[in-house]
Unconditional design. Structure first.
Length: 407
């Protein structure tokens, strides 16, 4: 295989990533050489079995970014530094026993969330957002709904005062957009987290932050603040995209038309289909080889960066022999990762409840909803990392607001 490395940038990640991943696999195999911004080399793992091997061996394929053999070539203003950081005191870059302790701390804090309370919060905020648009007969269900809902719910679970919710929404979306407001958004989020941690140390309550502080693992305030930022970012945008991508599928695919007219059985099926075919988190950085090794017929050098091609692995023809069939209850996708560093199960459950509730409230409140533009006109985020809509314009018969009395 002598084909040139593939630049991990360009409009095809927006327009037709599935075809692009097929071409990569055909030309390069299960492990594709790619170039990041500034022509920094890396490997994109597209094979299902190869990705299972990488994520299942945390010693050979480490999460410790200090191992990277390219740091001497990375400028201080490299645009991917927020995504591929160095010496960050968050759970993302912690390895070994300390990582397991931090993962257990986070899982325990989220596991204690009352599922009925979680759904009540999600319904209340979803109703508030629908109230703001339902009398107009038209709305953008991404900008006016999906990107506003998850962070409001998460902020309440963590212990933020309700009036802080809108500011956190703005800060987090600014940070994720990665434009001129990104640093300001990150600063606001970090400051808000630090203030909440300090307050909960003095005044514990029944919330996620208080439970993290009560853990006996000896974690510093800085570690907890960093982990809260990771939890908020990882819990917000992929969940917002899960809502948006699922609504798009249900509005454009006749297999799910029944759900738009009073049915609910296929909401979960549509959500699962999205995780296989249109997953919000397409590619993840990453793992670093702790020694020379072989993977997918490639020679991987010590310190090489391997990017996790979640969507590529989900569509690997070696395991998806009939890509046209509905995935049903098959949850063997990589959309939440795999191995020690996968998304904690309680966090997955929180994301699923928020997403499903958000979708069901739309279908309940706007029963004759339809796209306001052609499906081919729906705009996508031009990113190889996160795949989601930047707009989902719809129209519907105007309905009255329900106010704050919703359950």
């Amino acid at each position: 295989m002598t084909a040139a490395p593939v630049p991990l940038i360009g409009p095809r990640f927006q327009t037709d990533p599935a075809a692009l991943y097929r071409e990569m696999r055909r030309e390069h195999g299960a492990v594709t050489p790619v170039l990041l911004d500034g022509d920094i080399p890396a490997w994109l793992v597209l094979g299902y079995r190869e990705l299972h091997q990488v994520t299942g061996d945390p010693v050979l394929f480490s999460r410790d970014s200090d191992l990277w053999n390219q740091w001497d070539h990375i400028p201080d203003d490299w645009p991917l530094l927020p995504m591929i950081g160095r010496k960050q005191p968050s759970i993302l870059y912690t390895v070994g026993e300390r990582h397991r302790e931090r993962a257990a701390m986070i899982s325990g804090a989220l596991e204690a969330v009352d599922p009925f309370e979680l759904r009540r919060h999600a319904e209340r905020f979803a109703d508030e957002l629908i109230d703001a648009v339902c009398e107009k007969g038209e709305a953008d269900l991404v900008t006016e709904y999906a990107v506003l809902l998850p962070v409001r719910v998460l902020a309440t679970l963590y212990g933020f005062a309700e009036e802080q919710g809108p500011g956190l929404v703005t800060a987090l979306n600014d940070m994720i957009d990665g434009r001129e407001r990104a640093i300001a958004g990150q600063t606001h989020l970090a400051g808000s987290m630090a203030e909440l941690v300090a307050d909960r140390k003095e005044h514990p309550a029944d919330d996620v932050v208080s439970r993290m502080l009560a853990d006996e693992g000896g974690f510093t305030d800085e570690e907890i603040v960093q982990d809260l930022m990771v939890m908020m970012a990882a819990g917000h945008q992929p969940t917002a995209d899960w809502i948006g991508n699922s609504l798009r599928l249900m509005l454009t695919d006749e297999r799910f038309a029944a759900s738009l007219f009073g049915g609910r059985n296929s909401v979960a099926e549509a959500m699962n289909e999205v995780l296989w075919e249109d997953t919000p988190t397409q590619n993840v950085a990453g793992r670093w080889a702790s020694r020379d090794t072989r993977l997918g017929g490639r020679h991987i050098r010590t310190g090489d960066l391997l990017l996790l091609g979640l969507q590529g692995a989900n569509s690997d023809p070696q395991v998806r022999t009939d890509g046209t069939a509905l995935t049903g209850g098959n949850n063997a996708h990589f959309s939440f990762g795999h191995g020690e560093h996968r998304c904690p199960f309680p966090a997955q459950e929180v994301a699923e409840v928020i997403s499903r509730t958000g979708i069901e409230v739309v279908l309940d409140r706007l029963p004759d909803i339809d796209l306001a533009v052609g499906a081919e006109e729906l705009p996508r985020r031009p990113s190889p990392w996160l795949r989601g809509l930047t707009g989902l314009p719809v129209r519907f018969t105007p309905t009255p607001a329900v106010g704050s009395a919703s359950p």
